[in-house]
Write a protein that binds this ligand. Structure first.
Ligand code: AMP
Length: 383
């Protein structure tokens, strides 16, 4: 069985690593060079997109901002999973909000704005503070503005106009204005759905962000009611999209209620812990779903945390002397803030895991990982 992944980053790489034991070969389409490559050795080229499509039994994607003509060409082959509609939904906040509304899934009150008048209307209808997010090509906190006071509106609108002007297709751009949610914490649910509609979800996990970028995910043995609430929302969204593959949903938790923040039609950074902590990891389940194999269990095997390595190409080797710690490097060149790898660590109990997270955080250089040390110390007080 052969799979073509649209995108040749770390997610395609980890899909390739999880696929070999299943006798599945993965190639990746690099959207920059428009060539098909080996996701483990990007220098190895296998021709153009048409050749990649001919090679594949199934085609999938590792990110949502893929040119629509590429998606159309793949969909025409009948091999693309999830569908182009699902992939586009993840790449356009207007479509995403539309699906959430259609499914009746709770999310932040919002309004789509394209003009300064819409912006003024959003302020009066939704109130302040608001967070404004570009509809297209915004990720990891980029293309976002926050407004607390009406006196900031004119300056922020100027910035938004400059952002639109610099976009690939200025006319296609818009901004989604959302009420600021006073959340207690950010959590996410990753799950897989196969073509017959069977699903396997992983437990709800807690996510910690630093400057808008995910830095730590913690998967604990936990609150079943909250996972059930998230699972009900997952089912609604996955069914509405007739979804095939792994889908991630990020939520804000306010008291005991979950509000969807965003959906990602792909394997997700907050699911990397599943490589060590779940019965079947998200990469294997994505490959199983998209190639028509039965899904594996998403059950938590033991409490596990993931620490993202951002902008660093090494960590002290003592980290590996801590029990149940595993390093996953992506083989990428060093660049400030770039996702270079991650550390997974597991333990037998929630308490032992947060203690181990603190221990590992202390071994990491404080300049790059300072915020993680603080977060680990706060978690250690709770458990
Ligand atoms: P996003 O790119 O939508 O995931 O937003 C990046 C980060 O901004 C999130 O992880 C939250 O910490 C914060 N954020 C986004 N939307 C809201 C909101 N409606 N209310 C409060 N914080 C938000």
């Amino acid at each position: 069985m052969n799979v073509l992944v649209l995108g040749a980053g770390q997610l395609a790489r980890m899909m390739a690593l999880a696929s070999k034991p299943l006798n599945v070969n993965v190639r990746a389409y690099d959207v920059g060079s428009r060539t098909v490559v080996d996701p483990l050795n990007l220098a190895q080229s296998y021709g153009d997109l048409a050749e990649g499509i001919a090679f594949a039994d199934a085609i999938t994607a590792e990110f949502e901002h893929i040119a629509h003509d590429v998606l159309a060409q793949c969909e025409a082959s009948g091999k693309l999973h999830p569908s182009s509609q699902a992939i586009k939904t993840g790449g356009d906040r207007r479509l995403e909000k539309g699906v959430l509304e259609q499914c009746g899934v709770a999310n932040a009150q919002h309004k789509i704005i394209t003009t300064e008048q819409d912006f003024a209307d959003a302020i009066s209808e939704l109130g302040l503070p608001l967070i404004l997010k570009s509809a297209l090509a915004g990720y990891d906190g980029k293309g976002q503005w926050r407004i607390k006071d009406a006196s900031q509106a004119a300056d922020i609108w100027k910035d938004i106009e400059a952002f639109f002007a610099g976009a690939n297709e200025p006319a296609a751009q818009a901004v989604v204005a959302e009420q600021m949610v006073p959340f207690d914490r950010e959590v996410s649910l990753v799950g897989a759905r196969d073509a017959k509609g069977n699903t396997q979800v992983y437990p709800l996990v807690e996510n910690h962000h630093t400057d808008g970028v995910l830095t730590v995910t913690v998967a604990l043995a936990q609150n079943e009611a909250l996972t059930a609430q998230a699972k009900a929302m997952f089912d609604k969204v996955a069914d509405a999209l007739n979804y095939v593959g792994v889908l991630a949903i990020e939520f804000f938790q306010v008291g005991e209620q979950l509000l969807v923040n965003e959906i990602a039609p792909r394997v997700h950074n907050s699911g990397h812990w599943t490589q060590q902590g779940a019965d079947t990891c998200q990469f294997e389940n994505h490959i199983r779903a998209t190639t028509g194999m039965p899904l594996g269990s998403g059950e938590l095997v033991r409490p596990t945390a993931m620490i993202n390595i951002l902008g660093e190409d090494e960590v002290p080797s003592e980290v590996l002397s801590v029990p149940s710690v595993h390093l996953h490097w992506y083989g990428k060149g060093k660049r400030a803030g770039r996702k270079m790898g991650h550390i997974n660590l597991s333990a037998d109990t929630n308490k032992a895991l947060v203690e181990r997270l603190y221990q590992v955080a202390q071994l990491l250089p404080s300049a790059a990982f300072e915020d993680i040390q603080q977060y680990a110390a706060e978690l250690a007080k709770k458990y």
